[in-house]
Write a protein of this length. Structure first.
Length: 202
């Protein structure tokens, strides 16, 4: 795990919860146990595999399903709805994030590893319309957005070719290499100081 310092003056956030949500697309037969101080709430979703999850500040959950043009949107009161995505063909989804600037759902789609295709979409949660922010990153794995609006994606290329990049908000593609020389980079997030956390496997 790596931590990359935030730029001076960035907004800081602390994520805290006393509940753990388990979101599943199939029946759950196992008995669940929660650690002390935690509870477990199971949310069943009647669709295929869940590959991308994002949580909005108002409590809304957005789920992406591979090989489906539909997103599942779960309101804070638990009501589920389906949002059909237009302007993009969704294939093999991975990371997701709610853009703190626009409220859109940023979604990673690596298509199929080895095909030199991998996209980052910004999806309007009112209309389902998708805007492409990045194309051609074959092993794109995750996305995270600072409160300042800076967008970062991870690249799980392996063999020392993995890295983390900053992406333009206007669809202009990669604007900076944050770190290179990594392996199979996966999750991105921010700590309570606003520093970027990068997870990789070797």
């Amino acid at each position: 795990m790596f931590v990359f310092p935030r730029e001076k003056g960035c907004w800081r956030r602390v994520l805290a919860s006393v509940f753990s949500l388990l979101i599943t697309s199939v029946g759950l037969n196992a008995e669940l146990y929660a650690a002390g101080g935690y509870g477990v709430q199971v949310i069943g979703v009647g669709k295929g595999s869940i590959n991308a999850v994002a949580y909005a500040s108002d409590g809304t959950l957005v789920l992406g399903h591979s090989n489906s043009q539909d997103l599942t949107v779960i309101a804070p009161d638990g009501i589920q709805s389906t949002l059909s995505v237009t302007g993009a063909t969704l294939v093999s989804l991975d990371g997701g994030w709610i853009d703190p600037i626009t409220g859109d759902f940023l979604l990673v789609d690596n298509k199929s590893f080895g095909d030199d295709a991998g996209d980052l979409y910004s999806i309007n949660l009112d209309t389902g319309a998708a805007t492409t922010l990045l194309t051609g990153l074959d092993t794109i794995a995750d996305v995270a957005v600072r409160a300042t609006g800076h967008i970062f994606v991870s690249d799980a290329a392996g063999n020392g070719d993995g890295g983390v990049f900053e992406v333009a908000r206007d669809g202009g593609g990669i604007t900076a290499t944050v770190v290179s020389g990594l392996e199979f980079v996966a999750g991105l997030d921010f700590d309570s100081n606003g520093d970027l956390i990068v997870v990789q496997s070797n």
